[in-house]
Design a protein around this ligand. Structure first.
Ligand code: BGC
Length: 346
C-alpha cells in the first residue's frame, strides 16, 4: 500500500485507531477519508487563490462521533427513512431497529456510518473500502458485502462506486452524506449558492419527513430547481419547505442530461456537477446542522452546508409503484451504483 495512509492517535468506538487516507491529483486537488464509516473528511479544490476546503467537517475524528448530521459518512444499508421501521418482502414482514421516532433513518442506530470499513487497496488516486453487514444487522435480511471505491481523476472528478452482494433479498440504498459549501467551509450561509436539479417530480413530506401523497410536480409549491436558482430564493415561501425548515426533499431525476445536478459558489469560483446512475437525489439544506462540531472547535449554524445525496426515493421498500428500478438486491445480482462529483474552479 502507498504511504498516503495515516494511523491516528485517536481511538474509534471499537477501541482501535482510526485510519485516514488522502488522495491527490496532478492539479493539487486533495480528498481524504476515514475508515470509520468510510467517511469523506475533506475536499480541497485548487482555485486561483489556493486550495479551498469545500466540505464541512469536524475538528477531530472523535468529534465526528458527537454529531448526528452524518457529515461525509457512508450511509446504509438503506439511506433516508423507512416508515415505521418495517417492510414486507416475499411475504415476510421485517422489523428494523428504529432511530428516529418509530422510523428508521439512514440504516438505524448502528448504520454503516458507525462501522469500521476495511481498506482493501490504496494507490495515490484510489482507495477501496469493504464492509460486511451480517444477516439481521439493524433488522435487515441477508449477509451483505459492500465495496466502496473512491477514485480521484486528474480532471478534478471524485467518483464513488458502490458494489454490494447479498445471500438473501434485501433493500440496499447507499449514499454519501457530504455537506458542501463551495464558497469554503466556514464562509457562512450555504444557501447563497446556486443549485439546479434535473427533476420534474419531488416527494412532498410531513414535519417528520415522511412522504405525503406520493410524487408531485416540482411546479407545485415552488420546488422547481430545473433552472439554476439561488437556494435562498423564496426560501421560506413554500409550505413544503416550511414544514421541514428548508429543503429536505427527494427529487426523482429525469436523467435527460449527463449532469443531474449542479451547485455553484456565490463567488462563482467553484462549481460542482453531479453525475449518477441512481434514480433520485435528496436535497437537504442542513436544517438541523446547528450545534454540530466544526473545524474551528466551535459549532456550525443551521444552513452552513448543503447535502446532495444521490439515492433511491425514501421508503422505497414499501413503495413498489415508484417509477424507479427496484431497491431490492437479490442473491443473483450485484448492486452497482456510482456518483461522480466534478469540480470546476477558477
Ligand atoms: C435527511 C434529513 C436528516 C439528515 C440527518 C438527511 O439525509 O434527509 O432529514 O435530518 O439527513 O443528517
Amino acid at each position: 500500500m502507498s504511504n498516503n495512509i495515516k494511523i491516528s492517535t485517536e481511538l474509534a468506538p471499537d477501541g482501535q485507531a482510526y485510519k485516514t487516507v488522502t488522495l491527490t491529483n496532478k492539479q493539487g486537488m486533495k480528498i481524504s477519508f476515514c475508515d470509520w464509516g468510510a467517511t469523506w473528511l475533506s475536499c480541497q479544490v485548487p482555485t486561483a487563490g489556493g486550495l479551498r476546503e469545500v466540505l464541512l467537517g469536524c475538528h477531530s475524528l472523535s468529534a465526528y462521533q458527537k454529531q448526528t448530521g452524518y457529515l461525509g459518512a457512508t450511509v446504509g444499508r438503506y439511506a433516508n427513512r423507512i416508515t415505521n421501521s418495517t417492510f414486507k418482502l416475499d411475504g415476510i414482514s421485517y422489523q428494523l431497529t428504529p432511530n428516529q421516532k418509530n422510523h428508521q433513518l439512514h440504516g438505524g442506530p448502528v448504520g454503516f456510518d458507525q462501522q469500521r470499513w476495511q481498506i482493501i487497496s490504496l494507490t495515490d488516486n484510489q482507495v477501496e473500502f469493504e464492509l460486511h453487514s451480517a444477516d439481521g444487522d439493524q433488522g435487515f435480511p441477508g449477509n451483505l458485502t459492500v465495496t466502496a471505491i473512491y477514485h480521484l481523476t486528474d480532471n478534478n472528478e471524485f467518483k464513488i462506486q458502490f458494489y454490494a452482494k447479498t445471500d438473501k433479498s434485501t433493500p440496499v440504498n447507499l449514499t454519501n452524506h457530504a455537506y458542501f459549501n463551495l464558497d469554503g467551509d466556514g464562509s457562512g450561509d450555504a444557501r447563497r449558492q446556486t443549485l439546479s436539479v434535473d427533476a420534474d417530480q419531488y416527494l412532498p413530506v410531513d414535519e417528520d419527513c415522511i412522504a405525503i401523497g406520493g410524487l408531485a410536480s416540482v411546479t407545485v409549491d415552488d420546488m422547481d430547481l430545473r433552472t439554476p436558482r439561488q437556494i435562498l430564493d423564496n426560501f421560506s415561501h413554500s409550505a413544503a419547505r416550511n414544514r421541514v425548515k428548508g429543503y429536505d426533499h427527494a427529487y426523482l431525476l429525469n436523467h435527460h442530461h449527463e449532469v443531474v445536478a449542479k451547485l455553484i459558489a456565490h463567488d462563482q469560483k467553484v462549481a460542482m456537477e453531479i453525475m449518477t446512475n441512481k434514480p433520485g437525489i435528496q436535497v437537504y439544506t442542513g436544517n438541523f446542522l446547528a450545534g454540530t462540531p466544526n473545524r474551528d472547535g466551535k459549532t456550525y449554524q443551521q444552513y452552513e452546508g448543503i447535502a446532495l445525496e444521490t439515492a433511491f426515493l425514501p421508503n422505497s421498500p414499501n413503495q413498489a409503484n415508484y417509477p424507479q428500478p427496484s431497491c431490492i438486491l437479490n442473491p443473483d445480482e450485484q448492486y452497482t451504483y456510482h456518483t461522480t462529483y466534478r469540480f470546476i474552479t477558477k
